[in-house]
Structure formats: structure tokens, C-alpha cells
Design a protein around this ligand. Structure first.
Ligand code: ZN
Length: 145
């Protein structure tokens, strides 16, 4: 069985490119590719992941601390504004992280291929951001209106 291209998932592989650091997916991974164009896209995706991974991890830490802080603050202060703002804000920022670092956050690469996984993660992030805004408007309407 010929492996499919790990970038487009459409064509059978004609060769392998060795990526020595792909954050979250182990080191020294071989990615099958079908064409020169896909080989270049795999290499630039790997570079985006390599550069984005530390920022993503910091973003995740900040996001978790903010989420915890907001939850605790809402409970302690029993402030209605905070309770209405906190859950949507947490969802919104989580979505923003996905939009900014789609590949770092995506576990769908082996299944979907790099190109589709990146698009999928970005779209998920964008939907989360919109859901956060919608959620906020809804909560405001229910609790503040
Ligand atoms: Zn391809």
C-alpha cells in the first residue's frame, strides 16, 4: 500500500521529508509528500509549528490562569457582570489561540493531512470566537436585560 501525501492527503506519496522537530508529534518524523509543492508546504508548516509552539504553550498557560482567575473571581465576588463575561471570554480566547496556532493545537494532522487540519483548526477557532460573542450577548440578554 502506498502512503498518501501528508499535506494534501489526495495523492500517493513519491518521497519522504524528514522533519526533526514537530512539536507534539515527536521528533524526527517522516512526512510523505506527493509533489515538490507539497514538500515545500510541509516544510513551511513544520517551521510554523516550530516557531508557534512556545508561544502557544505560553498562551495556554495564560489562558488557563485567566480562566481560573475569572471563575474564582466570579464566585468570590458574586458579581453578575463577571459571571456573564467570564465563560464567553474563556471560549473566545481559546478560539483565538486555535486561530493563531492551528497546527500546534491540531491533533488532526495524521488523519486529515496538514493542509486540511490547519484549515479545520482555524475554522474551529473562528467558530469558538463567534460562539463566545454570541454566548456573551445571550447571557447579557438573559441576566442583564
Ligand atoms: Zn500532496
Amino acid at each position: 500500500m502506498v502512503e498518501k501525501c501528508s499535506n494534501c492527503r489526495g495523492n500517493p506519496a513519491t518521497g519522504y521529508v524528514l522533519i526533526d522537530k514537530w512539536s507534539g508529534m515527536g521528533s524526527d518524523m517522516e512526512f510523505p509528500y506527493c509533489s515538490e509543492r507539497c514538500r515545500l508546504e510541509i516544510m513551511s508548516a513544520a517551521e510554523r509549528v516550530r516557531r508557534g509552539a512556545p508561544w502557544f504553550l505560553w498562551g495556554l498557560v495564560v489562558w488557563l490562569m485567566l480562566a481560573l482567575g475569572l471563575i474564582v473571581a466570579s464566585i468570590v465576588s458574586s458579581s453578575r457582570e463577571l459571571m456573564v463575561l467570564s465563560p464567553p471570554l474563556i471560549v473566545f480566547i481559546g478560539g483565538g489561540l486555535l486561530v493563531a496556532f492551528p497546527l500546534v493545537a491540531s491533533n488532526a494532522v495524521p488523519m486529515l493531512g496538514i493542509r486540511a487540519a490547519e484549515r479545520f483548526a482555524r475554522q474551529t477557532g473562528a467558530v469558538m470566537m463567534m460562539a463566545g460573542v454570541g454566548f456573551y450577548l445571550l447571557l447579557t440578554h438573559i441576566f442583564m436585560g
